[in-house]
Each structure stands twice: as structure tokens, then as C-alpha cells.
Design a protein around this ligand. Structure first.
Ligand code: MG
Ligand code: ZN
Length: 359
């Protein structure tokens, strides 16, 4: 009987201990936000079919549906939806983290920085394009790429990888922002194959004068290489990190009604999701959020074969559509992302996950 009591006490202590660990683990140290621009449910389902029910996104157990409309339009653009996700505020299409009068909204990246976390951005567009811009810049016009580039120097961002070198180096105002970045101790890289030599420190990688090409036309494994290198650098900060990684061109394929382009870019995105989830699985302290800013192309799957891994798609629009987009979450804090909610709540949920409320 005594033995049994001891055993029960041990069991109780053990379960209390694991319970404690669970609470500790429910707050992530790091957040990796992955945005497939224009990646609606049909785009995801097409990849699900092509990969024969073997997508990486489906490794996430906590799933939500997100409303994407902007403040005055059922159909959002990437600037307004990026602003909603990054700051928790709906704004007008075209605005980057400002209200209609130009008043600034603070972004999750800026807040993470204030709390001592390392921060990063990776995109397969220019790094000044609407989606990455919405995490770092404040501008009434998404098209003011040179103004947006200047905002990279207002923050203390640790790593950014993308295209758009010209917006830093060949500017109408003749400023050379590359020199300004160098003066602030950034490693500067113009060749994606050179990033393997960088081991630490603030790093700016501007690999293309303007937008990177399609993956199938020379971008190759840029997204994977850049994302993993960024995380390797950011993970050295003991306070943790925040990064946004964007598959930018899924959206452009939707606008172009180009199925081959669409599937290739979405497949790549899901492959990179796999690498990121592998990191998070090993790390145990990283929340991964995978979503879209809106659907694009009114894409539907009208036929296909799960065994052969083929689909027949159909586009019903050359623009964005207002249909809800799925959100997949993985890791500590991921359970809070279940449900149906507005894109602004992604920001609020990230703030709660990081434990930044009321601070
Ligand atoms: Mg974008
Ligand atoms: Zn678009």
C-alpha cells in the first residue's frame, strides 16, 4: 500500500511537472509568419492533389478561416491586407501601415524589435513591394518604392532578403542606401549563392535590380536558401525572433491566369513550408503561421486525379477575390488560431502569443 502511495505521489509530481512545461511552451519564443500572396483554398487544394495528399501545410493541426476585406472595399489589395495582418488595423487599399490621413500604425515587426527580438523579411518580389513593406514601412502609397526603401533604415531589422536593389541604389534622390546600410554594419550580399558564407550579423540581401524572376525562369531555390539562412542568423538572438516569409508570385500567376506558373510557385511555397516546419519541430519554441493575404484569380479546381496527381483548374477573375483564406498554425500558441476571424486578428493573436499584451 505504501509503495502504491509513493508511486501515486511520483506520478502526481511527474504530471504536475509536465503540465508546467506545457504552460511554458505555450508561449513561443519565435514566430515565423508565411504568406502565400494570393494563395486561396483552391490553390492549396491543387497542390494537395499534385502532391497526392502529402502537403506540408497539412502537417499543421490548428486551422482557421480569415476574412480579408479592406476598410472600404470587399476586395482587398496586398497593401491593405498586409497592413491588417502586420498592425491589426484595416485601412484603404494602397496604404502601407497608415490610416487615410497618413497617421502611422505600428507593426508587429517594430513591436518585436522593441522587445529585443531579432527581425527579418524574405520575399520573392522586391523587398519594397506591398507585402514585405507592410511589416516595416509607413506610406500612403504602396507604389512609392524609394520611400519604402528608406524606411528599412528607420528600423533595426536584422535580415532582409529579396529583390529591389535599384530602390536602394539607383534612386531619383541620388541617395545610396546601400552605403547607409554598410555604415550601420550590415553585411551586404547581391548574389544569393554567396549567402552561405554569412554566418551571423545584420544582413541585407538584394539579389535582383527589380523583381526576382519566376522560379522556373532562374530564381531556382532562392526562397528556401534565403528563408533558412535568415532563420539561422535570427535564431542566434537569445530573445527570439519574428520573421515574415512571402511567396510573392503566387499572386502574379493568379493575375496572369497562368496555371503552370501558379502551381509551380505554390508547390515551391509548400516545399519551403516543409523546411520551416522541420525547423519548428526541432526547435519546439517556434510558432509557424501559414496563410494568404487574399485569393487571386478566382481559381477553382474543376477536375483532376488524386492518384495521378493531376488537376484541371479554371480562373474566373484576373484580380483578387474576397473569399476567406485558410490559415494553418503549428507550434506553441497555435491553438489560438482556430476559428473564423478578420485578418486584423492575426496581429492580435501574434501579440498574445508573444506575451506582449499591455506592455
Ligand atoms: Mg505580395
Ligand atoms: Zn495581386
Amino acid at each position: 500500500m505504501k509503495k502504491l502511495i509513493y508511486l501515486l505521489i511520483i506520478l502526481f509530481l511527474f504530471s504536475a511537472c509536465t503540465e508546467k512545461e506545457k504552460t511554458k511552451e505555450s508561449k513561443p519564443k519565435n514566430i515565423i509568419l508565411m504568406i502565400g500572396d494570393g494563395m486561396g483554398l483552391s490553390q492549396m487544394y491543387a497542390v494537395y492533389t499534385i502532391k497526392k495528399d502529402n502537403t506540408n501545410m497539412a502537417r499543421c493541426k490548428h486551422i482557421g478561416l480569415v476574412n480579408t476585406s479592406s476598410i472600404d472595399d470587399l476586395i482587398t489589395d496586398s497593401a491593405a491586407s498586409g497592413t491588417a495582418i502586420a498592425t491589426g488595423n484595416k485601412t484603404k487599399n494602397g496604404h502601407i501601415c497608415v490610416d487615410k490621413d497618413g497617421n502611422k500604425y505600428t507593426t508587429i515587426l517594430e513591436i518585436a524589435e522593441e522587445h529585443g527580438k531579432a527581425t527579418g523579411l524574405v520575399a520573392t518580389s522586391t523587398i519594397t513591394h506591398a507585402t514585405p513593406a507592410a511589416f516595416i514601412a509607413h506610406n500612403i502609397s504602396r507604389g512609392d518604392y524609394e520611400g519604402i526603401a528608406k524606411d528599412f533604415l528607420v528600423t533595426d531589422i536584422d535580415v532582409f532578403f529579396g529583390g529591389g536593389k535599384n530602390h536602394f541604389a539607383k534612386r531619383k534622390d541620388s541617395l545610396n542606401l546601400i552605403d547607409s546600410l554598410k555604415a550601420r554594419d550590415y553585411n551586404i550580399v547581391f548574389d544569393v549563392d554567396k549567402i552561405s558564407s554569412i554566418k551571423n550579423g545584420k544582413t541585407a540581401g538584394l539579389f535582383y535590380d527589380e523583381h526576382p524572376p519566376k522560379r522556373s525562369e532562374g530564381r531556382n531555390d532562392f526562397l528556401e536558401k534565403a528563408s533558412l539562412k535568415a532563420i539561422e542568423i535570427l535564431d542566434q538572438d537569445e530573445d527570439g525572433f519574428f520573421i515574415m516569409i512571402e511567396g510573392s508570385q503566387i499572386d502574379w500567376a493568379g493575375h496572369a491566369n497562368n496555371q503552370e506558373f501558379l502551381l509551380d510557385e505554390t508547390l515551391e511555397f509548400d516545399d519551403v513550408v516543409g523546411k520551416i516546419l522541420d525547423f519548428a519541430e526541432k526547435d519546439g519554441e517556434t510558432l509557424v503561421i501559414i496563410t494568404a493575404d487574399h485569393e487571386c484569380g478566382g481559381f477553382t479546381v474543376v477536375d483532376g486525379d488524386l492518384e495521378k496527381g493531376t488537376i484541371k483548374g479554371h480562373f474566373s477573375s484576373g484580380n483578387h477575390t474576397p473569399v476567406m483564406v485558410p490559415l494553418y498554425a503549428y507550434g506553441p500558441g497555435s491553438e489560438d488560431f482556430c476559428g473564423v476571424y478578420e485578418n486584423t486578428e492575426i496581429f492580435e493573436k501574434m501579440i498574445v502569443a508573444f506575451g506582449f499584451e499591455g506592455k
